[in-house]
Design a protein around this ligand. Sequence first.
Ligand code: PMP
Length: 308
Amino acid sequence: MNGELVRYEDVKIHISAEALTRALSVFEGLKGYWTDDGEVFAIRSPRKHYDRLCRSAALLHIPISFGYEDFVTGLVTLGAELLVPERDLWFRTTLYVTDGHWGEGTVADLVVTAFTQQKNDPDPMRLGVSTWRRASDVALPARIKSSANYVGGRLARIETRRLGYDDAVLLNDAGRVAEATGACILIANDGKIITPPTSEGCLDSITVGALATLAETMRIPFSHRPVERTELLTAQECGVAGTISELTMVEEIDGYRYDQTGVLSRLREMYLRVMRGEASVPGIDLVPLLDADRKSLLKGSPGDRAAG
Ligand code: PMP
């Protein structure tokens, strides 16, 4: 927290901070992977996460007092403490507004937390379309990653979980597909992949960007365009994409079933191979952070830093 290692249970934020009273925080979730041989721990696209954090903060007039290098140093410092060979790590970098009032005198603290994560790939999911909608861009902009955005996702998740599903699809105020509660939605028909653009009410997803790049190298047509509810329900394949979800296949939405053998499944396999360092694709950046002895790989390798 603020450049210091602090025990998880000792982190303090005042109850009157706008982070708590008005959910005024912006954050990023980053994923780090061990390569298959266990030699290198690398993180996907830290620069893109830092840039999005800056965009989220800028929209909400939250000042940022650290640069990209400080941000990555935070990840390395915490990673070196917590990393174990059997598990990957995901990081949550949260900028909490700790001082100021209604936009006057805003001060924010960056807190980086990390959690170990099993290396297994997630099982296919079952989703339900929620009656809760994604707020429009002029009400609660979904394009940035602010904590307040997750109130709608919470309602949708609880609603669909009560019906026995794993997660929810949120439609936008025009009734078209926006996203899931913490991931974007992709469908595939006749060998072509489609995902709604951010203007449909989804986060500007870094994973979707990586998947689009990968699809191009695999010569799989990939387009960003609006998706209506019936197109979602009658698609051949469906998946959810996000840093933590990676590309998880969807087996069912509201009783409509999907294949798991087409282009989306192929894209998923390739994405996971790239994350494990088995294949590399220009434009998908995995920045090596630590070696097997948890020593920083950033030192003396400015190329790696810039690669983000
Ligand atoms: N939508 C929402 C609401 C999310 O929380 C996430 C996860 N960050 C995503 C989409 C996927 O974005 P990304 O690929 O950048 O993780």
